[in-house]
Design a binder for this molecule. Structure first.
Ligand SMILES: Cc1ncc(COP(=O)(O)O)c(C=O)c1O
Length: 451
Protein backbone atom coordinates (compact mmCIF):
# COMPACT_ATOMS: atom_id res chain seq x y z
CA UNK A 1 0.00 0.00 0.00
CA UNK A 2 1.42 3.37 -0.95
CA UNK A 3 -0.25 5.12 2.00
CA UNK A 4 -0.57 8.25 -0.08
CA UNK A 5 -4.27 8.35 -0.93
CA UNK A 6 -7.20 9.44 1.21
CA UNK A 7 -8.44 5.83 1.00
CA UNK A 8 -5.19 4.52 2.50
CA UNK A 9 -5.14 7.15 5.26
CA UNK A 10 -8.75 6.42 6.20
CA UNK A 11 -7.94 2.70 6.30
CA UNK A 12 -5.08 3.26 8.74
CA UNK A 13 -7.12 5.69 10.86
CA UNK A 14 -10.11 3.36 11.17
CA UNK A 15 -8.17 0.18 11.88
CA UNK A 16 -5.55 0.99 14.53
CA UNK A 17 -6.53 -2.01 16.71
CA UNK A 18 -6.47 -4.39 13.75
CA UNK A 19 -3.01 -2.99 12.85
CA UNK A 20 -1.75 -3.71 16.37
CA UNK A 21 -3.04 -7.28 16.24
CA UNK A 22 -1.65 -7.80 12.73
CA UNK A 23 1.79 -6.89 14.04
CA UNK A 24 1.63 -9.65 16.63
CA UNK A 25 0.18 -12.05 14.06
CA UNK A 26 3.28 -11.47 11.91
CA UNK A 27 5.37 -12.96 14.72
CA UNK A 28 3.07 -15.98 15.01
CA UNK A 29 1.95 -16.89 11.51
CA UNK A 30 3.83 -16.91 8.21
CA UNK A 31 2.66 -13.77 6.42
CA UNK A 32 0.58 -12.92 9.50
CA UNK A 33 -2.45 -14.91 8.30
CA UNK A 34 -3.89 -18.41 8.52
CA UNK A 35 -5.30 -18.79 4.98
CA UNK A 36 -3.84 -17.44 1.73
CA UNK A 37 -7.14 -15.71 0.91
CA UNK A 38 -6.92 -13.74 4.19
CA UNK A 39 -3.78 -11.92 3.05
CA UNK A 40 -4.65 -8.24 2.69
CA UNK A 41 -2.65 -5.12 1.89
CA UNK A 42 -1.57 -3.50 4.26
CA UNK A 43 -3.13 -5.89 6.85
CA UNK A 44 -6.42 -7.68 7.31
CA UNK A 45 -9.06 -6.59 9.78
CA UNK A 46 -9.28 -8.67 12.96
CA UNK A 47 -12.89 -9.80 13.23
CA UNK A 48 -14.20 -9.82 16.77
CA UNK A 49 -17.74 -11.20 16.38
CA UNK A 50 -20.27 -12.00 13.70
CA UNK A 51 -24.00 -12.55 13.63
CA UNK A 52 -26.45 -12.81 10.74
CA UNK A 53 -25.07 -10.90 7.75
CA UNK A 54 -22.90 -8.60 9.86
CA UNK A 55 -19.58 -8.66 11.64
CA UNK A 56 -17.57 -6.26 13.77
CA UNK A 57 -13.81 -5.77 13.95
CA UNK A 58 -11.45 -5.10 16.84
CA UNK A 59 -11.88 -1.33 16.34
CA UNK A 60 -15.66 -1.65 16.64
CA UNK A 61 -16.31 -1.06 12.93
CA UNK A 62 -19.39 -2.81 11.50
CA UNK A 63 -19.39 -4.68 8.18
CA UNK A 64 -21.98 -6.25 5.93
CA UNK A 65 -20.23 -9.52 5.27
CA UNK A 66 -20.01 -11.22 1.89
CA UNK A 67 -17.12 -13.56 2.73
CA UNK A 68 -19.73 -15.63 4.59
CA UNK A 69 -17.27 -18.18 5.88
CA UNK A 70 -15.62 -18.56 2.44
CA UNK A 71 -19.06 -19.52 1.14
CA UNK A 72 -19.92 -21.92 3.97
CA UNK A 73 -22.61 -19.78 5.62
CA UNK A 74 -25.77 -19.82 3.50
CA UNK A 75 -27.71 -19.11 6.75
CA UNK A 76 -25.39 -16.28 7.80
CA UNK A 77 -23.34 -16.22 10.98
CA UNK A 78 -24.48 -18.18 14.03
CA UNK A 79 -27.99 -18.93 12.82
CA UNK A 80 -30.19 -20.01 15.76
CA UNK A 81 -30.76 -23.44 14.08
CA UNK A 82 -27.09 -24.16 14.11
CA UNK A 83 -26.36 -22.62 17.49
CA UNK A 84 -29.05 -24.84 19.00
CA UNK A 85 -27.97 -28.03 17.18
CA UNK A 86 -24.27 -27.58 17.97
CA UNK A 87 -24.80 -26.43 21.58
CA UNK A 88 -26.94 -29.47 22.31
CA UNK A 89 -24.40 -31.78 20.73
CA UNK A 90 -21.38 -30.32 22.55
CA UNK A 91 -22.96 -31.50 25.78
CA UNK A 92 -23.73 -34.95 24.34
CA UNK A 93 -20.26 -35.69 22.98
CA UNK A 94 -17.89 -34.16 20.46
CA UNK A 95 -16.32 -37.43 19.32
CA UNK A 96 -18.04 -40.78 19.72
CA UNK A 97 -14.99 -42.91 18.99
CA UNK A 98 -17.34 -45.03 16.91
CA UNK A 99 -20.35 -44.87 14.63
CA UNK A 100 -23.31 -42.64 15.45
CA UNK A 101 -26.89 -41.94 14.41
CA UNK A 102 -25.75 -38.43 13.58
CA UNK A 103 -23.58 -39.48 10.66
CA UNK A 104 -26.36 -41.62 9.16
CA UNK A 105 -28.85 -38.74 9.41
CA UNK A 106 -26.28 -36.42 7.83
CA UNK A 107 -25.65 -38.84 4.95
CA UNK A 108 -29.41 -39.26 4.37
CA UNK A 109 -29.79 -35.46 4.23
CA UNK A 110 -27.10 -35.33 1.52
CA UNK A 111 -28.60 -38.23 -0.44
CA UNK A 112 -32.00 -36.56 -0.33
CA UNK A 113 -30.62 -33.53 -2.21
CA UNK A 114 -27.66 -34.58 -4.37
CA UNK A 115 -28.79 -36.63 -7.37
CA UNK A 116 -25.52 -38.55 -7.88
CA UNK A 117 -25.02 -39.46 -4.21
CA UNK A 118 -25.54 -43.22 -4.06
CA UNK A 119 -23.02 -43.48 -1.22
CA UNK A 120 -21.21 -40.99 1.01
CA UNK A 121 -17.79 -40.81 2.68
CA UNK A 122 -17.17 -37.97 5.11
CA UNK A 123 -13.88 -36.08 5.31
CA UNK A 124 -12.71 -33.09 7.36
CA UNK A 125 -12.48 -30.54 4.53
CA UNK A 126 -12.96 -29.91 0.83
CA UNK A 127 -9.26 -30.51 0.27
CA UNK A 128 -9.56 -33.99 1.75
CA UNK A 129 -12.69 -34.65 -0.31
CA UNK A 130 -10.95 -33.90 -3.63
CA UNK A 131 -7.92 -35.92 -2.52
CA UNK A 132 -10.16 -38.94 -1.85
CA UNK A 133 -12.19 -38.47 -5.05
CA UNK A 134 -9.03 -38.57 -7.17
CA UNK A 135 -7.74 -41.57 -5.24
CA UNK A 136 -11.00 -43.46 -5.82
CA UNK A 137 -10.86 -42.64 -9.54
CA UNK A 138 -7.25 -43.81 -9.76
CA UNK A 139 -8.00 -47.04 -7.93
CA UNK A 140 -11.06 -47.79 -10.09
CA UNK A 141 -9.39 -47.12 -13.44
CA UNK A 142 -5.84 -48.26 -12.70
CA UNK A 143 -4.71 -44.98 -14.29
CA UNK A 144 -2.58 -42.32 -12.60
CA UNK A 145 -3.10 -39.22 -14.71
CA UNK A 146 -5.54 -36.44 -13.81
CA UNK A 147 -7.02 -33.85 -16.16
CA UNK A 148 -8.01 -30.55 -14.61
CA UNK A 149 -8.98 -27.12 -15.90
CA UNK A 150 -6.90 -23.97 -15.71
CA UNK A 151 -7.51 -21.79 -12.63
CA UNK A 152 -10.13 -24.19 -11.21
CA UNK A 153 -9.47 -24.62 -7.50
CA UNK A 154 -9.76 -27.93 -5.69
CA UNK A 155 -7.92 -27.30 -2.42
CA UNK A 156 -4.24 -27.65 -1.74
CA UNK A 157 -3.51 -31.39 -1.77
CA UNK A 158 -0.75 -32.70 -4.04
CA UNK A 159 -3.02 -34.87 -6.21
CA UNK A 160 -5.00 -31.99 -7.70
CA UNK A 161 -2.92 -28.92 -7.03
CA UNK A 162 -1.54 -27.01 -10.01
CA UNK A 163 0.18 -23.65 -10.13
CA UNK A 164 -2.06 -20.95 -11.54
CA UNK A 165 -4.46 -18.34 -10.29
CA UNK A 166 -7.59 -18.21 -8.21
CA UNK A 167 -9.70 -15.21 -7.35
CA UNK A 168 -7.41 -14.88 -4.28
CA UNK A 169 -4.36 -14.37 -6.55
CA UNK A 170 -1.52 -16.38 -8.03
CA UNK A 171 -0.63 -19.74 -6.53
CA UNK A 172 2.71 -21.52 -6.79
CA UNK A 173 3.27 -25.27 -6.68
CA UNK A 174 6.57 -25.13 -4.77
CA UNK A 175 6.97 -28.14 -2.50
CA UNK A 176 4.69 -30.33 -4.60
CA UNK A 177 6.74 -33.27 -5.93
CA UNK A 178 7.54 -32.92 -9.63
CA UNK A 179 6.34 -36.50 -10.11
CA UNK A 180 2.87 -35.44 -8.90
CA UNK A 181 2.85 -32.34 -11.06
CA UNK A 182 3.70 -34.47 -14.08
CA UNK A 183 0.60 -36.58 -13.54
CA UNK A 184 -1.64 -33.51 -13.85
CA UNK A 185 -2.58 -32.07 -17.26
CA UNK A 186 -4.17 -28.63 -17.31
CA UNK A 187 -6.52 -27.54 -20.11
CA UNK A 188 -8.41 -24.29 -20.71
CA UNK A 189 -11.99 -24.62 -19.52
CA UNK A 190 -13.33 -24.17 -23.04
CA UNK A 191 -10.88 -26.49 -24.81
CA UNK A 192 -13.31 -29.36 -25.26
CA UNK A 193 -11.52 -30.57 -28.41
CA UNK A 194 -8.18 -30.74 -26.59
CA UNK A 195 -9.75 -32.51 -23.64
CA UNK A 196 -11.47 -34.97 -26.00
CA UNK A 197 -8.19 -35.85 -27.63
CA UNK A 198 -6.52 -36.31 -24.23
CA UNK A 199 -9.16 -38.51 -22.62
CA UNK A 200 -9.42 -40.68 -25.72
CA UNK A 201 -5.87 -41.86 -24.98
CA UNK A 202 -7.49 -43.61 -21.98
CA UNK A 203 -4.57 -42.53 -19.80
CA UNK A 204 -6.61 -40.34 -17.47
CA UNK A 205 -8.24 -41.58 -14.28
CA UNK A 206 -10.48 -38.53 -14.03
CA UNK A 207 -11.47 -35.10 -15.22
CA UNK A 208 -12.17 -32.72 -12.32
CA UNK A 209 -13.76 -29.29 -12.56
CA UNK A 210 -15.73 -26.57 -10.82
CA UNK A 211 -18.86 -26.94 -12.96
CA UNK A 212 -19.82 -23.23 -12.88
CA UNK A 213 -16.35 -22.18 -14.12
CA UNK A 214 -13.23 -21.33 -12.16
CA UNK A 215 -13.39 -19.72 -8.71
CA UNK A 216 -17.13 -20.38 -8.27
CA UNK A 217 -17.92 -18.92 -11.67
CA UNK A 218 -15.58 -15.91 -11.66
CA UNK A 219 -15.18 -16.92 -15.30
CA UNK A 220 -18.54 -18.50 -16.08
CA UNK A 221 -18.62 -21.85 -17.85
CA UNK A 222 -21.33 -22.60 -20.35
CA UNK A 223 -23.31 -25.67 -19.14
CA UNK A 224 -22.61 -27.28 -22.53
CA UNK A 225 -19.00 -27.89 -21.37
CA UNK A 226 -19.76 -30.14 -18.37
CA UNK A 227 -22.38 -31.86 -20.55
CA UNK A 228 -19.76 -32.53 -23.25
CA UNK A 229 -17.28 -33.69 -20.62
CA UNK A 230 -19.85 -36.17 -19.31
CA UNK A 231 -20.13 -37.76 -22.77
CA UNK A 232 -16.38 -37.77 -23.41
CA UNK A 233 -15.48 -39.26 -20.05
CA UNK A 234 -18.16 -41.92 -20.31
CA UNK A 235 -16.86 -43.02 -23.72
CA UNK A 236 -13.28 -43.34 -22.50
CA UNK A 237 -13.92 -44.92 -19.09
CA UNK A 238 -12.65 -41.77 -17.37
CA UNK A 239 -14.25 -40.67 -14.09
CA UNK A 240 -15.97 -37.28 -14.07
CA UNK A 241 -15.59 -35.42 -10.76
CA UNK A 242 -17.68 -32.34 -10.03
CA UNK A 243 -16.11 -30.21 -7.34
CA UNK A 244 -19.22 -28.76 -5.70
CA UNK A 245 -17.48 -27.61 -2.53
CA UNK A 246 -18.86 -24.09 -3.11
CA UNK A 247 -21.78 -24.77 -5.46
CA UNK A 248 -23.19 -27.74 -3.53
CA UNK A 249 -26.52 -26.72 -1.93
CA UNK A 250 -26.05 -23.20 -3.34
CA UNK A 251 -26.28 -23.38 -7.18
CA UNK A 252 -29.49 -25.30 -6.50
CA UNK A 253 -30.60 -27.64 -3.73
CA UNK A 254 -28.81 -30.47 -5.51
CA UNK A 255 -25.92 -28.34 -6.79
CA UNK A 256 -24.92 -27.70 -10.38
CA UNK A 257 -25.49 -31.33 -11.29
CA UNK A 258 -29.19 -31.03 -10.54
CA UNK A 259 -29.46 -27.67 -12.28
CA UNK A 260 -27.92 -28.82 -15.57
CA UNK A 261 -28.98 -32.46 -15.41
CA UNK A 262 -25.52 -34.02 -15.52
CA UNK A 263 -24.65 -36.94 -13.26
CA UNK A 264 -20.94 -37.04 -12.39
CA UNK A 265 -19.31 -40.25 -11.15
CA UNK A 266 -18.03 -38.51 -8.02
CA UNK A 267 -18.82 -35.20 -6.34
CA UNK A 268 -16.90 -33.36 -3.65
CA UNK A 269 -18.76 -31.35 -1.02
CA UNK A 270 -17.82 -29.22 2.02
CA UNK A 271 -18.71 -25.75 3.42
CA UNK A 272 -22.56 -25.65 3.34
CA UNK A 273 -22.59 -29.48 3.46
CA UNK A 274 -21.24 -29.30 7.01
CA UNK A 275 -23.52 -26.42 8.03
CA UNK A 276 -20.56 -24.04 7.97
CA UNK A 277 -18.46 -26.16 10.34
CA UNK A 278 -15.29 -28.01 9.30
CA UNK A 279 -16.22 -31.03 7.23
CA UNK A 280 -16.59 -32.42 3.75
CA UNK A 281 -17.67 -35.45 1.80
CA UNK A 282 -17.06 -37.36 -1.37
CA UNK A 283 -20.26 -38.82 -2.76
CA UNK A 284 -21.20 -40.67 -5.92
CA UNK A 285 -21.42 -44.08 -7.54
CA UNK A 286 -21.75 -46.86 -4.97
CA UNK A 287 -19.25 -49.09 -6.78
CA UNK A 288 -16.60 -46.34 -6.61
CA UNK A 289 -17.24 -45.50 -2.94
CA UNK A 290 -17.37 -49.21 -2.08
CA UNK A 291 -13.69 -49.46 -2.86
CA UNK A 292 -13.33 -48.12 0.70
CA UNK A 293 -15.39 -51.07 2.01
CA UNK A 294 -13.66 -53.86 3.89
CA UNK A 295 -15.20 -56.29 1.36
CA UNK A 296 -13.12 -54.74 -1.42
CA UNK A 297 -10.28 -57.21 -0.89
CA UNK A 298 -6.98 -56.42 -2.53
CA UNK A 299 -8.55 -53.48 -4.40
CA UNK A 300 -9.37 -51.72 -1.15
CA UNK A 301 -8.78 -47.98 -0.70
CA UNK A 302 -7.92 -47.10 2.91
CA UNK A 303 -9.49 -44.10 4.59
CA UNK A 304 -8.86 -43.25 8.23
CA UNK A 305 -9.34 -39.68 9.57
CA UNK A 306 -9.86 -38.75 13.24
CA UNK A 307 -12.52 -36.15 12.53
CA UNK A 308 -14.41 -37.89 9.69
CA UNK A 309 -18.14 -37.35 10.32
CA UNK A 310 -17.41 -35.36 13.47
CA UNK A 311 -20.61 -35.07 15.57
CA UNK A 312 -20.64 -31.26 15.63
CA UNK A 313 -20.28 -31.02 11.85
CA UNK A 314 -22.81 -33.82 11.45
CA UNK A 315 -25.56 -32.08 13.43
CA UNK A 316 -24.84 -28.70 11.81
CA UNK A 317 -24.77 -30.28 8.34
CA UNK A 318 -27.95 -32.28 8.85
CA UNK A 319 -29.81 -29.25 10.25
CA UNK A 320 -28.67 -26.98 7.42
CA UNK A 321 -29.53 -29.48 4.69
CA UNK A 322 -32.94 -30.18 6.25
CA UNK A 323 -33.70 -26.45 6.20
CA UNK A 324 -32.48 -26.20 2.59
CA UNK A 325 -34.80 -29.05 1.58
CA UNK A 326 -37.84 -27.88 3.51
CA UNK A 327 -37.72 -24.08 3.76
CA UNK A 328 -36.24 -22.94 0.44
CA UNK A 329 -33.69 -20.44 1.81
CA UNK A 330 -31.94 -20.54 -1.58
CA UNK A 331 -34.75 -18.57 -3.25
CA UNK A 332 -34.24 -15.76 -0.73
CA UNK A 333 -30.44 -15.79 -1.09
CA UNK A 334 -30.77 -15.81 -4.91
CA UNK A 335 -33.23 -12.90 -4.86
CA UNK A 336 -30.88 -10.87 -2.63
CA UNK A 337 -27.94 -11.66 -4.93
CA UNK A 338 -29.96 -10.49 -7.95
CA UNK A 339 -30.88 -7.28 -6.07
CA UNK A 340 -27.21 -6.74 -5.24
CA UNK A 341 -26.03 -7.36 -8.80
CA UNK A 342 -28.64 -4.95 -10.22
CA UNK A 343 -27.71 -2.31 -7.65
CA UNK A 344 -23.98 -2.62 -8.34
CA UNK A 345 -24.53 -2.28 -12.09
CA UNK A 346 -26.73 0.76 -11.51
CA UNK A 347 -24.04 2.31 -9.31
CA UNK A 348 -21.37 1.66 -11.95
CA UNK A 349 -23.56 3.25 -14.61
CA UNK A 350 -24.24 6.33 -12.46
CA UNK A 351 -20.52 6.68 -11.66
CA UNK A 352 -19.69 6.16 -15.36
CA UNK A 353 -17.13 3.65 -14.14
CA UNK A 354 -15.93 0.77 -16.33
CA UNK A 355 -16.93 -2.63 -14.97
CA UNK A 356 -19.84 -4.90 -14.37
CA UNK A 357 -21.43 -7.30 -11.92
CA UNK A 358 -23.44 -10.46 -12.43
CA UNK A 359 -24.96 -13.12 -10.26
CA UNK A 360 -25.24 -16.87 -10.51
CA UNK A 361 -27.65 -18.11 -7.85
CA UNK A 362 -26.31 -16.45 -4.65
CA UNK A 363 -22.78 -15.87 -6.02
CA UNK A 364 -22.10 -12.32 -7.23
CA UNK A 365 -19.01 -11.40 -9.24
CA UNK A 366 -17.61 -7.92 -9.82
CA UNK A 367 -15.09 -6.74 -12.42
CA UNK A 368 -13.80 -3.16 -12.28
CA UNK A 369 -11.65 -1.23 -14.73
CA UNK A 370 -12.51 -3.47 -17.70
CA UNK A 371 -14.91 -2.66 -20.49
CA UNK A 372 -17.15 -5.68 -20.06
CA UNK A 373 -20.78 -5.19 -21.05
CA UNK A 374 -23.13 -4.99 -18.13
CA UNK A 375 -25.86 -7.67 -18.17
CA UNK A 376 -29.01 -6.39 -19.83
CA UNK A 377 -31.17 -7.44 -16.86
CA UNK A 378 -28.47 -6.37 -14.39
CA UNK A 379 -27.99 -9.97 -13.27
CA UNK A 380 -27.49 -12.62 -15.91
CA UNK A 381 -24.17 -13.29 -17.60
CA UNK A 382 -24.95 -13.12 -21.32
CA UNK A 383 -22.97 -15.60 -23.41
CA UNK A 384 -23.83 -13.96 -26.75
CA UNK A 385 -22.95 -10.51 -25.50
CA UNK A 386 -19.54 -11.75 -24.39
CA UNK A 387 -18.72 -13.79 -27.48
CA UNK A 388 -19.54 -17.23 -26.09
CA UNK A 389 -17.77 -19.28 -23.42
CA UNK A 390 -14.43 -17.85 -22.32
CA UNK A 391 -11.25 -19.62 -21.26
CA UNK A 392 -10.35 -16.73 -18.97
CA UNK A 393 -11.94 -13.40 -18.17
CA UNK A 394 -10.01 -10.17 -17.72
CA UNK A 395 -10.18 -9.60 -13.96
CA UNK A 396 -9.92 -6.37 -12.01
CA UNK A 397 -6.31 -5.10 -12.26
CA UNK A 398 -4.62 -5.30 -8.86
CA UNK A 399 -3.87 -1.55 -8.86
CA UNK A 400 -7.65 -1.05 -8.76
CA UNK A 401 -8.66 -4.15 -6.75
CA UNK A 402 -6.61 -3.39 -3.62
CA UNK A 403 -7.66 0.25 -3.15
CA UNK A 404 -11.24 -0.72 -4.02
CA UNK A 405 -11.27 -3.43 -1.33
CA UNK A 406 -9.73 -0.96 1.16
CA UNK A 407 -12.30 1.69 0.28
CA UNK A 408 -15.15 -0.81 0.66
CA UNK A 409 -13.81 -1.92 4.03
CA UNK A 410 -13.61 1.74 5.08
CA UNK A 411 -17.31 1.98 4.23
CA UNK A 412 -18.22 -1.30 5.95
CA UNK A 413 -18.42 -4.02 3.29
CA UNK A 414 -16.20 -7.12 3.23
CA UNK A 415 -16.04 -9.04 -0.05
CA UNK A 416 -14.65 -12.48 -0.88
CA UNK A 417 -11.93 -11.39 -3.31
CA UNK A 418 -13.91 -9.50 -5.96
CA UNK A 419 -17.10 -11.40 -5.30
CA UNK A 420 -19.94 -11.64 -2.84
CA UNK A 421 -21.37 -14.80 -1.32
CA UNK A 422 -24.90 -13.90 -0.33
CA UNK A 423 -26.86 -15.66 2.43
CA UNK A 424 -30.57 -16.03 3.07
CA UNK A 425 -30.32 -13.68 6.06
CA UNK A 426 -29.03 -10.66 4.13
CA UNK A 427 -32.03 -8.31 4.19
CA UNK A 428 -33.21 -6.07 1.35
CA UNK A 429 -32.17 -3.07 3.47
CA UNK A 430 -28.67 -4.50 3.93
CA UNK A 431 -28.37 -5.01 0.19
CA UNK A 432 -29.47 -1.40 -0.45
CA UNK A 433 -26.95 -0.23 2.16
CA UNK A 434 -24.25 -2.29 0.44
CA UNK A 435 -25.00 -0.60 -2.89
CA UNK A 436 -24.76 2.85 -1.21
CA UNK A 437 -21.43 1.87 0.37
CA UNK A 438 -20.22 0.55 -3.01
CA UNK A 439 -21.13 3.89 -4.63
CA UNK A 440 -19.20 5.71 -1.91
CA UNK A 441 -16.18 3.47 -2.56
CA UNK A 442 -16.41 4.19 -6.30
CA UNK A 443 -16.44 7.94 -5.53
CA UNK A 444 -13.31 7.49 -3.38
CA UNK A 445 -11.58 5.69 -6.26
CA UNK A 446 -12.60 8.42 -8.68
CA UNK A 447 -11.33 11.16 -6.34
CA UNK A 448 -8.02 9.31 -6.00
CA UNK A 449 -7.93 9.00 -9.82
CA UNK A 450 -7.67 5.23 -9.52
CA UNK A 451 -10.75 4.39 -11.60
C1 LIG B 1 -14.12 -25.45 -5.37
C2 LIG B 1 -13.32 -25.74 -4.14
N1 LIG B 1 -12.86 -26.98 -3.96
C3 LIG B 1 -12.15 -27.33 -2.86
C4 LIG B 1 -11.88 -26.39 -1.89
C5 LIG B 1 -11.08 -26.77 -0.68
O1 LIG B 1 -11.91 -26.83 0.42
P1 LIG B 1 -11.31 -26.62 1.90
O2 LIG B 1 -10.90 -25.20 2.00
O3 LIG B 1 -12.45 -27.01 2.80
O4 LIG B 1 -10.15 -27.56 2.02
C6 LIG B 1 -12.35 -25.07 -2.04
C7 LIG B 1 -12.08 -24.06 -1.01
O5 LIG B 1 -12.39 -22.90 -1.10
C8 LIG B 1 -13.09 -24.74 -3.19
O6 LIG B 1 -13.53 -23.49 -3.39
Amino acid sequence: MSGSTAIDREFLDKHAESARRAEEAQTLFPGGVTHDARHFDPFGITVDRAVGAQKWDADGNEYIDYVMGHGALIFGHSHPYLVEAVTEQVARGTHMGGSSDLERRWALAIKRLVPSAEKVRFTSSGTEATMMAVRLARAATGRDRLLRLRHHFHGWNDSVFAAGRTSAGPIAANGQPTAMQELISVFDQTDVAGIAEAVETREYAAVILEPTGYSWGTCPLDPSVPKDLRELTERSGTMLIFDEVVTGFRASQGGVQERIGVTPDLTTLAKIAAGGLPGGAVVGRADLLDQISFDAGSGRVAHPGTFNANPLSAVAGERALRAIAEEDPLSIANARAAQLSKGLNRALLEAEAPGCAWADASMVHIVLGQDLDRPEDGVTWDWDEHGGPQATLPGTPSEIAWPFRRALINHGVDLMGMGALVSCVHTEDQIDATVDRFSAALSDLRRAEIL
